[in-house]
Design a protein around this ligand. Sequence first.
Ligand code: SAM
Length: 349
Amino acid sequence: MALLTQHLDTVPPAGLIMPTAKPSFDRFGRRIDYLRLSLTDRCNLRCVYCMPATGMRFAPKDELLSDEEFLRLIRLTTELGFRKFRLTGGEPTVRPGLPALIAAIKALPGVEEVAMTTNALLLPTLAPALAAAGLDRVNISIDTLDPDRFRRITRGGDIAKVFAGIRAAEEYGLAPIKLNAVVVRGFNDHEVAALAGLTIAHDWQVRFIEIMPLDGVFDVARARLVPSAESRALIAARWGPLTPEAHHHPADPARPYRLPGARGTVGFISSVTENFCAGCNRLRLTSEGQLRLCLLRADELDLRALLRGGATDGELRAAVRAGVWRKPWGHGLKDGLLPVGRGMSQIGG
Ligand code: SAM
């Protein structure tokens, strides 16, 4: 905490920075203002579509960015017009000192929103501290409502703990809550309608994600993809027509729909069959300090080498700007280009 406080002391007051912060646009005219940070490559689950059962190599601590390094890079991106930050992983809640890191991010001028994607297992104990630190909201991953299937998909997880985590998130106001379900043929595709049915009684958004071919799961992703059109049809067959919501942020990959009479909404993240690259507004920073320009392309920029090589703030800002400019239009899955080299838990989903 002492180091974080020291870091904050070096940040000029808001008025000195923000008027000069210009938004960053890529060469296609997309405004890039959203950074997703993988805080760790470690996870307390082993989902079948995300990590291998064994043999996963985790980065030693000194290869991960420190809190101070994350904070410096976040501060510099705010000076380039980034406003929204999402903490993910691996599992972000297993990173030691998470509440202090969140408080320090929230204290940076220009940071408008800090959200987190989590499996929720640790939220019953952590939610009060995360909320007090200023975390705005959480997305929670839950692919099934069946305890045995949950144990199989996550290789050992206890679904009761996820529901306890969802309750804790609600109790401490980490809302609106979004639930993420990766639809995997033969595992949970027959549960899509039941998961969507959660939105009838709860003011949640349940989002169905197409399985993506990240390194380590190419075969599973190819064999078990369920297109979003199929998920929508399954839901409509059970609950009636899906009405698109009037208000939809163009950069939100999940267009929201409402089931008849539902309190919440459902959404579909169709990266493979109906890509939303035209509205992409994000970059990713891996736990090892690589600026990842597109989730589904291997193109990265090594910010850790610059940080640890003594780069000035100006040099780091120039590198991020160059990354924004170099951001590819979209993924190359249709052309058979697969993102070799790093799995989802290392990049940050
Ligand atoms: N551990 C946290 C969690 O479970 O939400 C955050 C990291 S996890 C990698 C982030 C999201 O990526 C989760 O919703 C997960 O289901 C999703 N995910 C992982 N592998 C995926 C894949 N191959 N295709 C699509 N989504 C994937």
